[in-house]
Design a protein around this ligand. Structure first.
Ligand code: SAM
Ligand code: SF4
Length: 326
């Protein structure tokens, strides 16, 4: 098992399959296309599959594929099929901005994918463009509807930011009430590549709850079912559920069970830390599975207690979110 010095058992792995993206969310990417990594630096599907097999052997049972935008990686469904087939995994899921979801849904479903998180920050086209610097809201909504109808489990993640989210409260309430899909609001973390994060742009989880109570109605807390950092709330008078991920105001480091693999094959035991192991070089120089497993164990053992976003004085990570894998 992957246990760190603080007794945290690591069972969850996030794998970034690309640093490329078809949106330019203001809180994540610069407006101009950044220098992406060379294709040769990005792990192949076979390398990722091998890594997942090794990690599963160490007790990882929950794998989420992310990016950049994972669906811009050619034929991602072939990788999903390989990951779904790895023994020992209980959950395999995908995080996407949803732009290409509708086009690829059937092949992803046929590959065995059953769970998708769609990131969606606004429900009117003007605000969607404000957040993502690109058009495409209707494509995302079509992707969500088709994902539900094909039988995928769908969740929505939404950034919580001043000047954006406070105007989306009623629309998100209507969406979750209509579809039953949970909508989770994630506090804006200091990870953006333009370094334009400031506390004033954050909308705290507590404020989001107040806005829902004021504009929509009474909420009650839902008992936690899993190790997710989100706290969910349901409306007492109707269907629908919202969640809060208070990554900045109440960091969940003490229960963090996540490990990350970047698209260029670097381990990361914490979003806010540094790269903590060069898996790509090991793989490409003929290392055995045992050596790679040791590297993973060492990364977990060396994981720090927390990232310190609660005192807002910590150092930013050396990579932005699109390059780590959110
Ligand atoms: N492109 C895919 C997407 O948007 O779902 C996957 C990668 S994206 C980096 C994963 C998640 O990270 C998205 O839900 C996005 O909102 C979130 N994210 C990006 N930058 C963030 C930041 N600075 N603070 C909080 N969440 C952030
Ligand atoms: Fe792309 Fe996702 Fe970052 Fe938006 S949050 S720019 S969709 S990687």
């Amino acid at each position: 098992m992957l246990i760190d010095r603080f007794g945290r058992v690591h069972t969850s792995l996030r794998i970034s399959v690309t640093d490329r993206c078809n949106l330019r969310c203001t809180y994540c990417m610069p407006a101009a296309t950044p220098d992406y990594q060379e294709r040769s630096e990005i792990l192949s599907f076979e390398e990722i599959e091998r890594f997942v097999q090794i990690a599963a052997g160490l007790g990882v049972d929950d794998v989420r594929v992310t990016g950049g935008e994972p669906l811009v990686r050619a034929e991602l469904w072939n990788l999903m099929e390989k990951i779904v087939a790895v023994k020992g995994l209980e959950k395999v899921s995908l995080t996407t901005n949803g732009i290409l979801l509708s086009d690829q849904l059937e092949r992803l479903f046929a590959a065995g994918l059953r769970s998708v998180n769609v990131s969606l920050d606004a429900l009117d086209e003007a605000s969607f463009r404000q957040a993502t610097r690109r058009p495409g809201l209707q494509k995302v909504l079509d992707g969500i509807d088709r994902a539900i109808s094909i039988g995928m489990s769908v969740k929505i993640n939404s950034i919580a930011m001043q000047g954006l989210t406070e105007f989306q409260i009623k629309a998100f309430a209507a969406l979750t009430k209509r579809t039953g899909i949970p909508v989770r609001f994630i506090e804006f973390m200091p990870l953006d590549s333009d370094a334009n994060w400031e506390e004033a742009k954050m909308l705290s989880g507590a404020k989001i709850l107040d806005l829902f109570r004021e504009q929509v109605g009474v909420l009650e807390k839902v008992e936690k079912q899993d190790s997710s950092p989100a706290t969910d709330y349901r409306f007492v008078d109707s269907a629908g559920c919202i969640g809060i991920v208070p990554s900045v105001s109440e960091p969940f480091c003490s229960t963090c069970n996540r490990l990350r693999l970047t698209a260029d094959g670097q381990l990361r035991s914490c979003l806010f830390g540094e790269d903590s192991g060069d898996v790509k070089s090991l793989m490409r120089s003929g290392a055995t599975d045992e050596v790679i497993a040791e590297k993973i164990k060492t990364a977990v053992l060396e994981k720090k207690a927390g990232h310190g976003t609660d005192d807002l004085s910590f150092r930013r990570p050396s990579r932005p979110m699109y390059s780590i894998g959110g």
